[in-house]
Write a protein that binds this ligand. Sequence first.
Ligand code: HEM
Ligand SMILES: *[C@@H]1O[C@H](CO)[C@@H](O)[C@H](O)[C@H]1NC(C)=O
Ligand SMILES: *[C@@H]1O[C@H](CO)[C@@H](O)[C@H](O)[C@H]1NC(C)=O
Length: 504
Amino acid sequence: MAILLGLLFGTLSLAAWWVLQNYTYWKRRGIPHDPPSILFGNTRELWRSMQLAHIIKRTYFKYKNKIDGPFVGFYLYAMKYIVITDIDFVKTVLVRDFEKFHDRGVYHNERDDPLTNNLATIEGEKWKNLRQKLTPTFTPGKMKNMFPTVLNVGDELIRVIDEKISSSPQTLEVTELVARFTADVIGICAFGLECNSLRDPTAEFVRMGYSALRERRHGWLVDLLIFGAPKLAVKLGFQFLLPPVQEFYMKIVRDSIEYRIKNKVTRNDLMDLLIDLKLKYDSGDRQSGLTFNEVAAQVFTFFLAGFEAGSTTMGFALYELACNQDVQEKVRTEVDTVLGKHNGKLDYDSMQEMNYLEKVIDETLRKHPVVAHLARIATKPFAHSSPKYFIEAGTGVLVPTLAIHHDPEFYPEPEKFIPERFDKEQIEKRPACAFLPFGAGPRNCIGLRLGRMQVMIGMALLIRNFRFDLHPTKTTFPVKYQIKNLLLSSEGGINLNVSKVVRD
Ligand code: HEM
Ligand SMILES: *[C@@H]1O[C@H](CO)[C@@H](O)[C@H](O)[C@H]1NC(C)=O
Ligand SMILES: *[C@@H]1O[C@H](CO)[C@@H](O)[C@H](O)[C@H]1NC(C)=O
């Protein structure tokens, strides 16, 4: 009995020591950092009262210019991370020394959760190959081909809002409306599916999208494991996605592929290009082709990546335009002028002339970067010119996008909405990597052009047709961010007065 107890005690203390020694890593190395709390590290507030990007922002401003190196230590739960506090070092990690920092180190599980095994999560050579196969899918030429499809959905968005306000101006929650627009855009471009969520707000497609993004399958303890020790979570066979979500998307992709192959349908969209890759694989070219599971996983990622990032960006843009009526007027004048020159028709080329609208979107992404931090993991050891600041392989890296975008050194009066910050001369005055809404370097957002295009089209049409104003009580002012979302999004949505633009 005593021996058994002794053994138990021994094992427990060994386990405790193993956990505890993780939390002394930065101290042992003499790197500045906030003292961690056991189990939670520096992320005690995560999911409860603060978002990760805001925790990182606090860390950035606390240490920036006050330490003798380019980063501080940080514990994401029990994992060692660094938070970069020096803008030049951001470029080192994302661009210059990309070869040492090409992975994200997030959960993915090919066996139990095939949809999580996608371009955004996979690592090393596998990622490089896949990125190469998918890059031709997003060229400007391919975007131009998709333009009319996106425009059609945009026209439908305008009709739907028109009907809502036909009798009198209304206060509408705009994020939800534009989310149905971006869902339909990605639905048709990536899945080849007319999901028509604009007409049918309960459309399963969107519901499942939110469910995949928001609903936690497990309680916080398992989440802690999946986020805090992704490799261990895979070994234990934990699944992240809810089974109905998994089945739903697998079925849509399977049906869509079968339908297109059987009926020889081509549509110039993402699904066409993915089907080509699958047919390549089926005909024996495993090197450059994709399996069915791989196709499904990419489609799913494109949907999640494009749907919420695009719609929250549009929601924030409309909010800023409602707060800054002079900017709204200026955008409307620009859209009207450009369309006037092109017989009232919005097309790929006329869109390129809407420079001010583009700056408005950039300033929106500056102030409210939906993806508010970037993550990398060191796959090889990194030596810094100041020897103390080496980085061991396996260490995570956090790039504080939100903090950089609100740093008065780069953006004076950061809380003000000033599209002119994106005039060419202004951009050139800032260091590289001071603007990161789509990340940077070889692992930046692959869907950047499509993301921008859908936001440009949606905004141009909305501003041409409607006025957006603040409601004295229903608009939350200033915007409050949701805590339990990985992306930046507004708590309670964005409620604005919407009225028809009258032209004489
Ligand atoms: C306004 C819209 C969008 C924003 C703000 C956005 C932002 C981002 C950001 C910040 C990253 C991480 C980049 C990095 O780590 O350096 C990313 C990655 C990614 N995005 Fe987007 N995105 C948008 C739209 C889209 C769309 C429409 C698609 C696809 C159709 C897409 C697909 C992806 C994929 C697949 C990745 C992972 C790339 C890789 O790891 O190689 N995104 N996005
Ligand atoms: C300790 O840190 C390493 C590397 O950051 C991580 O892989 C491991 O899971 C951590 N240990 C615990 C008990 O979380
Ligand atoms: C917004 O709508 C409400 C209610 O219809 C109205 O009282 C308010 O004056 C409107 N605000 C603006 C700025 O138009």
